[in-house]
Ligand binder design. Structure first.
Ligand code: PGA
Length: 257
């Protein structure tokens, strides 16, 4: 089963729209059609940059894909400060993150909330990027498999196999995010393997073979090739290194390193 790799840059709460435009222009200068044919390359800016970057992508016919970092689960309504999935779809977003560990830890989003967001994202015909991963305490307590499988199971409750097959799931050990401490390639591969096995248990092997599983956590130009050579790893969710066009371009072109 061949799955197209997907490299996505989660900018988190960084860059104004002007800085974002400059980054995407710079990135597009580095990447060629061959790169886009080989790999899906996505940027995931803050909401305030989405419209500017959508306009740039469409105006210059760039093959870079666009994603958003979160959304509310309701399609509209009295939720001051929130953004609904159909609003993101209208900005040509193809991807929306759900369950990033920072949302789980800092904004109280549990698997139930993540599940309702995934349903909203699918309902607006976009692709969820579900993030799962254990904390350091959970790793030290030998809970890695249990945590990954319960997050995947809880977050995907009630979602049809064909929808799961089209999703992206990012295995991101919390202790490796923003710390410069990357998981060993073998541990990253094992974590992604647990994600895929859990999907197989829920929806069968065909669905598990189709779903794309990313690794995230301190992915850099210097470690991406080894990570991407692992059989269970179909891509990377990149935070810090996605804020520099040169670094992100090297990561997106991992095959040519
Ligand atoms: P990082 O972030 O690459 O800065 O570790 C990854 C993420 O949060 O997705």
């Amino acid at each position: 089963m061949s799955r197209k790799p997907i490299i996505a840059g989660n900018w988190k709460m960084n860059l104004t729209h002007l800085e974002g435009i400059a980054l995407v222009q710079n990135l597009s200068y580095h990447l060629t059609q061959d790169d886009y044919d080989a790999t899906d390359v996505a940027v995931i800016p803050p909401f305030t940059s989405l419209r500017s970057i959508q306009t740039l992508i469409e105006g210059d016919r760039l093959a870079i894909r666009l994603g958003a970092q979160s959304c509310h689960h309701e399609p509209s309504g009295a939720y001051t400060g929130e953004i609904a999935a159909p609003m993101l779809a209208a900005l040509a977003c193809e991807f929306v993150l759900a369950g990033h560990s920072e949302r789980r830890a800092l904004f109280g989003e549990d698997d139930g909330v993540v599940n309702s967001k995934i349903k909203a994202i699918l309902g607006a015909e976009m692709t969820p990027i579900l993030c799962v991963g254990e904390t350091l305490e959970e790793r030290d307590a030998d809970q890695v498999e249990a945590v990954i499988s319960s997050q995947v199971t809880g977050s995907l409750a009630g979602i049809a196999a064909e929808d799961v097959a089209g999703m992206v799931i990012a295995y991101e050990p919390v202790w490796a995010i923003g710390t410069g401490r990357t998981a060993l390639a073998s541990d990253a591969n094992d974590g992604c393997g647990v994600v895929r096995r859990t999907v197989a248990e829920l929806h069968g092997q065909d669905t598990a073979d189709a779903v794309r599983v990313q690794y995230g956590g301190s992915v850099k130009p210097g470690n991406v090739a080894e990570l991407m050579s692992q059989p269970e790893i179909d891509g990377a969710l990149v935070g810090g290194a996605s804020l520099t066009a040169d670094d992100f371009a090297v990561i997106a072109r991992f095959k040519r390193l």
